[in-house]
Unconditional design. Structure first.
Length: 129
Protein backbone atom coordinates (compact mmCIF):
# COMPACT_ATOMS: atom_id res chain seq x y z
CA UNK A 1 0.00 0.00 0.00
CA UNK A 2 2.86 2.36 0.84
CA UNK A 3 4.47 1.70 -2.53
CA UNK A 4 1.20 2.63 -4.28
CA UNK A 5 0.99 5.88 -2.28
CA UNK A 6 4.57 6.76 -3.16
CA UNK A 7 3.92 6.03 -6.82
CA UNK A 8 0.76 8.17 -6.77
CA UNK A 9 2.60 10.99 -4.99
CA UNK A 10 5.42 10.81 -7.54
CA UNK A 11 2.91 10.98 -10.40
CA UNK A 12 1.16 13.98 -8.83
CA UNK A 13 4.52 15.71 -8.32
CA UNK A 14 5.55 14.92 -11.90
CA UNK A 15 2.22 16.30 -13.17
CA UNK A 16 2.72 19.48 -11.16
CA UNK A 17 6.29 19.88 -12.45
CA UNK A 18 5.07 19.36 -16.02
CA UNK A 19 2.33 21.96 -15.54
CA UNK A 20 4.81 24.50 -14.15
CA UNK A 21 7.26 23.81 -16.98
CA UNK A 22 4.48 24.13 -19.55
CA UNK A 23 3.37 27.45 -18.03
CA UNK A 24 6.92 28.77 -18.13
CA UNK A 25 7.32 27.67 -21.76
CA UNK A 26 4.05 29.39 -22.65
CA UNK A 27 5.15 32.64 -21.00
CA UNK A 28 8.54 32.39 -22.73
CA UNK A 29 6.81 31.93 -26.10
CA UNK A 30 4.61 34.99 -25.52
CA UNK A 31 7.61 37.08 -24.44
CA UNK A 32 9.62 35.98 -27.50
CA UNK A 33 6.67 36.70 -29.77
CA UNK A 34 6.24 40.14 -28.21
CA UNK A 35 9.93 40.97 -28.70
CA UNK A 36 9.73 39.97 -32.38
CA UNK A 37 6.56 42.04 -32.80
CA UNK A 38 8.08 45.15 -31.19
CA UNK A 39 11.18 44.87 -33.38
CA UNK A 40 8.95 44.43 -36.43
CA UNK A 41 6.89 47.51 -35.59
CA UNK A 42 10.13 49.48 -35.23
CA UNK A 43 11.21 48.24 -38.68
CA UNK A 44 7.85 49.24 -40.17
CA UNK A 45 8.10 52.70 -38.58
CA UNK A 46 11.61 53.10 -39.98
CA UNK A 47 10.35 52.12 -43.43
CA UNK A 48 7.43 54.56 -43.15
CA UNK A 49 9.78 57.35 -42.11
CA UNK A 50 11.99 56.58 -45.10
CA UNK A 51 8.98 56.66 -47.41
CA UNK A 52 7.84 59.99 -45.95
CA UNK A 53 11.31 61.47 -46.40
CA UNK A 54 11.45 60.22 -49.99
CA UNK A 55 8.00 61.64 -50.66
CA UNK A 56 9.08 65.02 -49.32
CA UNK A 57 12.15 65.01 -51.59
CA UNK A 58 10.00 64.00 -54.57
CA UNK A 59 7.56 66.83 -53.81
CA UNK A 60 10.37 69.40 -53.72
CA UNK A 61 11.72 68.11 -57.04
CA UNK A 62 8.24 68.18 -58.59
CA UNK A 63 7.64 71.75 -57.39
CA UNK A 64 10.95 72.86 -58.87
CA UNK A 65 10.07 71.16 -62.14
CA UNK A 66 6.67 72.87 -62.30
CA UNK A 67 8.17 76.26 -61.49
CA UNK A 68 10.66 75.70 -64.29
CA UNK A 69 7.90 75.24 -66.88
CA UNK A 70 7.56 78.00 -69.47
CA UNK A 71 4.13 77.18 -70.92
CA UNK A 72 0.79 75.94 -69.68
CA UNK A 73 1.26 72.81 -71.77
CA UNK A 74 4.56 72.13 -69.97
CA UNK A 75 2.80 72.53 -66.61
CA UNK A 76 0.04 70.12 -67.68
CA UNK A 77 2.61 67.57 -68.87
CA UNK A 78 4.59 67.90 -65.64
CA UNK A 79 1.45 67.44 -63.53
CA UNK A 80 0.37 64.40 -65.53
CA UNK A 81 3.83 62.89 -65.17
CA UNK A 82 3.79 63.65 -61.44
CA UNK A 83 0.36 62.08 -60.97
CA UNK A 84 1.42 58.93 -62.81
CA UNK A 85 4.67 58.73 -60.85
CA UNK A 86 2.89 59.27 -57.51
CA UNK A 87 0.32 56.57 -58.30
CA UNK A 88 3.00 54.02 -59.17
CA UNK A 89 5.04 54.97 -56.09
CA UNK A 90 1.98 54.71 -53.83
CA UNK A 91 1.27 51.19 -55.10
CA UNK A 92 4.90 50.14 -54.69
CA UNK A 93 5.22 51.68 -51.21
CA UNK A 94 1.94 50.11 -50.12
CA UNK A 95 3.14 46.72 -51.32
CA UNK A 96 6.43 47.12 -49.43
CA UNK A 97 4.68 48.01 -46.16
CA UNK A 98 2.16 45.21 -46.64
CA UNK A 99 4.93 42.65 -47.26
CA UNK A 100 6.85 43.87 -44.23
CA UNK A 101 3.71 43.68 -42.08
CA UNK A 102 3.02 40.10 -43.19
CA UNK A 103 6.61 39.10 -42.40
CA UNK A 104 6.34 40.63 -38.94
CA UNK A 105 3.04 38.88 -38.25
CA UNK A 106 4.41 35.52 -39.41
CA UNK A 107 7.61 35.87 -37.40
CA UNK A 108 5.79 37.03 -34.26
CA UNK A 109 3.32 34.15 -34.41
CA UNK A 110 5.96 31.40 -34.78
CA UNK A 111 6.91 31.06 -31.08
CA UNK A 112 3.27 30.87 -30.01
CA UNK A 113 2.37 28.45 -32.82
CA UNK A 114 5.29 26.25 -31.83
CA UNK A 115 4.14 26.25 -28.19
CA UNK A 116 0.52 25.49 -29.13
CA UNK A 117 1.64 22.61 -31.35
CA UNK A 118 3.78 21.22 -28.51
CA UNK A 119 0.82 21.48 -26.13
CA UNK A 120 -1.52 19.73 -28.55
CA UNK A 121 1.03 16.97 -29.07
CA UNK A 122 1.66 16.57 -25.36
CA UNK A 123 -1.98 16.53 -24.28
CA UNK A 124 -3.18 14.38 -27.16
CA UNK A 125 -0.94 11.48 -26.17
CA UNK A 126 -2.82 8.75 -24.33
CA UNK A 127 -2.25 8.67 -20.59
CA UNK A 128 -0.13 5.68 -19.57
CA UNK A 129 -1.99 3.23 -17.40
Amino acid sequence: MSNTKNKAADEVLKGFEDAVAFGKEAVDAVMKSNAIFVKGVQDINTALFGLAQSSMEDSVAATQKIFGCKTVADVMDAQAELAQSNYAKALDDGRKISDLSVKVAEAASKPITKQVNAAVEKFSKPIAA
